[in-house]
Write a protein of this length. Structure first.
Length: 277
């Protein structure tokens, strides 16, 4: 029995796909000023599982914090955590998220990417970066659902990432929840600067209209996202890794329509999340 066959065994509920914000470092697990800065985002993430049609049998998560020359997946059965944030309180480097990996699913993901013409391989040593374990500690607090992480491709080509998502779309029919973890606005100079409030809002309006478009048009718009108003003010050149997970999710959405399911102004900028299906 090959990986694809074993992964699809049994009837499963079709899962939606999500693009979620993961906040700033370990923001949900430390003091912040103002103290309620991340509260509404945390409430959204904590409630995400209750919106699903069934309990996922596994999660495939694409984080903006893992870039490789070609697509890679975590193949570790017990992935360690990578505390890839700096200057935060000591206790945030002791956070745990003991979700198991699933090497068989990792191999199935790689196989599907390769069959779709994408170079891909399993990384048996890699752990979960904070783009994975920080939001998933809220989404899956018991850490009792298998998780594998998929990298971005370092060239950040939106078309390639949409195609990668298409290769994985059928996993949704096998009980696998696909999540893109990033930020809809990610310009470090813009956070806290009121000059970016209208800038981020205009880009967010465009992004929402693109996501909510008919699927073929949606993918075409997202592929050309740099033409959006204030695109490079919101995601500077070479720094769009927090937006590109959305492209994978949009590809995985197939013919499912997208919609905004969370949005608010944080640190003077508009941040949103999207659901497909």
């Amino acid at each position: 029995m090959n990986a694809s066959t074993s992964v699809s065994a049994g009837k499963k509920e079709r899962m939606p796909a999500f693009f979620i914000p993961h906040g700033a470092g370990p923001c949900f697990f430390m003091d912040w000023q103002p103290v309620d800065t991340w509260d509404r985002m945390a409430v959204f993430l904590k409630g995400l599982a209750d919106t699903l049609p069934a309990r996922p049998r596994a999660i495939v998560l694409v984080s903006g914090h893992w870039l490789e020359p070609q697509f890679r997946t975590t193949g570790n059965a017990q992935p360690p955590l990578i505390y890839d944030y700096y200057g935060f309180p000591a206790h945030t480097y002791e956070l745990t998220f003991p979700a198991p990996g699933e090497p068989e699913l990792a191999s199935a993901v790689v196989q599907r990417l390769q069959q779709h013409g994408e170079a891909a391989q399993v990384d048996g040593e890699r752990g979960f970066d904070h783009g994975v374990f920080i939001p998933l500690k809220l989404v899956v607090p018991k850490a009792d659902i298998p998780v594998i992480q998929l990298s971005l491709r370092r060239d950040l080509d939106p078309a390639a990432h949409i195609e990668a998502g298409k290769a994985l779309a059928s996993l949704r029919d096998e009980g696998v929840l696909i999540i893109g973890s990033g930020m809809s606005f990610h310009n470090m100079r813009g956070y806290g600067d009121p000059r970016y409030t209208p800038v981020s809002a205009e880009f967010d309006d465009w992004l929402t209209k693109a996501v909510e478009s008919e699927p073929a048009q949606r993918n075409a718009l997202l592929q050309a996202w740099t033409r959006a108003p204030h695109a490079r003010d919101c995601h500077p050149m070479g720094g769009e890794e927090h937006l590109i997970p959305l492209m994978v999710v949009a590809g995985a959405a197939g013919d499912s329509m997208g919609r905004k399911v969370y949005s608010e102004k944080i640190m003077e900028t508009t941040i949103s999340a999207y659901r497909f299906g």
